[in-house]
Design a protein around this ligand. Structure first.
Ligand SMILES: Nc1nc2c(ncn2[C@@H]2O[C@H](COP(=O)(O)OP(=O)(O)OP(=O)(O)O)[C@@H](O)[C@H]2O)c(=O)[nH]1
Ligand SMILES: [Mg+2]
Length: 471
């Protein structure tokens, strides 16, 4: 798969960071070193790498991730966002001419995938935009080029405009546009010849085709396998032709993918499509965000972060953490946390989405019984507001009343209150001590989930203890 090296290195760096409850400036430095190496190894242009690392580092320090409740998470978030920005932030759609036909020039070096992409793009725009394409055989130099395009036209059941190999490509292109207008074709895609290297002859021919046909899109086709050189090639084509976009082909291959990461930054021109195979429907619009997630291998984790962000009010989290510290965490807070969790879907699912957690020993045995939760909630809801605020008010007579009100036995009520008090004490101690974990756990979204989990485990322990005592 493309980006494999980059992905595994970045994920490795993230994982190492992810195990820490707190990170230091040294951790951050080490992480940035890894990110830098990962990008360089993936053949990302060194200027791009330098700029990228600088930006991520500045943001991480600026966001004070070292002080933050979830430093690792925030660093990952920043890397993901910057990767997205690096690749262009938004999907840039294919442009159509206001006045048909829309003319497209496909340009690029030899073997990049121009001819194939002519077919793919025609196929795509017919399918998704109901266009009526005319394919133009503008490569008169490579002997089999015309036949290759005709075969593609046959496969797609689309007309191919060819005048053989005696007229100049400029004339062919010009006549093709006239023919399209005559036949009511609203899309003209011109295949052009490739060269091994950028050279003057090629560039001036392409300039002439551009002048003769006034294309709306000039798409540079770049093979994803091209390493560092991709950037120079893109720059050369852009300088002469002022390209409108880039198509990265062969992303299905075993490529390091550096080209995809550098070109936007260096040329300022968007990647519009990617080719992911030899078949004529292996083309997709390029989405920077999706590509970044794919590179980080964190599609799931990003979803989780997004969900947590939506569901959780950061201020509430702060408040909760403070309450634990000050030992004023009460039943209302407890219920609020429970509801919070319910909004986020089953806890087990959430845990599975967090890299590093999913393979923690024993984690798969953690089962959160919704019935348990419901019982706890019923008991709490049978308390008066004052009792919920202040668990110390709960005398035996009050507990009897609560048991009745909640349909639970007195024993169940006692046990629940005891568990609550014990966990509260434990959380308070942890928040004061070196176990930075718990305050975090009760903090922001994801941690809120973990907080629940920790609480649950503590409660289990407490109840086992209670049982032992009784015997
Ligand atoms: N795996 C894979 N192969 C591709 C992709 N795009 C093109 N190819 C293959 O790459 C080879 C070259 O593709 P062409 O479309 O002929 O490239 P070209 O730029 O027109 O080449 P010239 O006309 O010689 O300059 C062909 O074997 C294609 O099947 C892709 O996205 N994935
Ligand atoms: Mg070709």
């Amino acid at each position: 798969m493309a980006f494999e090296g980059l992905s595994s290195r970045l994920q490795g760096a993230v994982k190492r960071l992810g195990r820490k409850g707190k990170i230091t400036e040294a951790d951050l430095k080490e992480m940035m070193r890894e990110v830098r190496l990962a990008l360089l190894e993936a053949d990302v242009n060194f200027k791009v790498v330098k700029e990228f690392v600088k930006k991520v580092n500045e943001r991480a320090l600026g966001a004070n991730v070292i002080e933050a409740l979830s430093p690792a998470q925030q660093v990952v978030d920043i890397v993901n966002e910057e990767l997205t920005i690096l690749m262009g932030t938004e999907q840039v759609p294919f442009q159509f001419s206001v006045k048909p036909p829309t003319v497209v020039m496909m340009v690029g070096l030899q073997g990049a995938g121009k001819t194939t992409t002519v077919g793919k793009l025609a196929n795509y725009l017919k399918k998704h935009h109901h266009k009526r394409p005319l394919l133009v055989a503008g490569d008169i130099y490579r002997p089999a080029a015309i036949e290759q395009l005709k075969t593609i036209g046959n496969q797609l059941d689309m007309p191919v405009f060819s005048l053989g190999d005696t007229l100049s490509p400029v004339d062919i292109a010009k006549q093709a546009v006239d023919k399209a207008i005559l036949d009511g074709r609203d899309l003209v895609i011109i295949d052009t010849a490739g060269r091994l290297h950028v050279n003057e002859e090629l560039m001036s021919e392409l300039e002439n085709i551009k002048a003769a046909t006034n294309p709306t899109e000039i798409l540079l086709v770049v093979d994803a396998m091209t390493g560092q050189d991709a950037v120079n090639v893109a720059q050369a084509f852009n300088d002469r032709l002022d390209i409108t976009g880039v198509v990265i082909t062969k992303l299905d291959g075993d490529t390091r993918g550096g080209a995809a990461l550098s070109i936007r930054q260096i040329t300022g021109k968007p990647i519009k499509f990617t080719g992911q195979g030899e078949k004529l429907d292996n083309i997709e619009p390029f989405y920077p965000e999706r590509m970044a997630s794919r590179i980080l291998g964190m599609g799931d984790m990003m979803t989780l972060i997004e969900r947590a962000k939506q569901e959780f009010d950061e201020k509430e989290a702060e408040k909760m953490a403070a309450k634990i510290r000050e030992n004023t965490f009460n039943f209302n807070d407890f219920i609020a946390q429970m509801d919070q969790m319910a909004n986020m879907g089953p806890l087990e699912d959430l845990l599975k989405m967090i890299p590093g957690i999913s393979n923690m020993p024993g984690i798969d045995k953690v089962k959160v019984d919704p019935k348990d939760m419901a019982h706890m909630k019923a008991i709490i809801l049978s308390m008066t507001p004052a009792e919920r605020e202040n668990p110390d008010l709960l005398s035996q007579s009050r507990r009897k009343r609560i048991a009745k009100g909640s349909g639970q036995t007195l024993m169940q009520v006692n046990r629940m209150i005891k568990q609550f008090n014990e966990s509260r004490k434990m959380m308070n101690q942890m928040s004061k001590g070196n176990m930075s974990g718990l305050e975090n756990l009760m903090g922001t979204g994801i941690k809120g989930k973990l907080g629940k989990l920790a609480m649950k485990q503590m409660m289990k322990k407490a109840s086992k203890k209670a049982k032992k005592k009784k015997r």
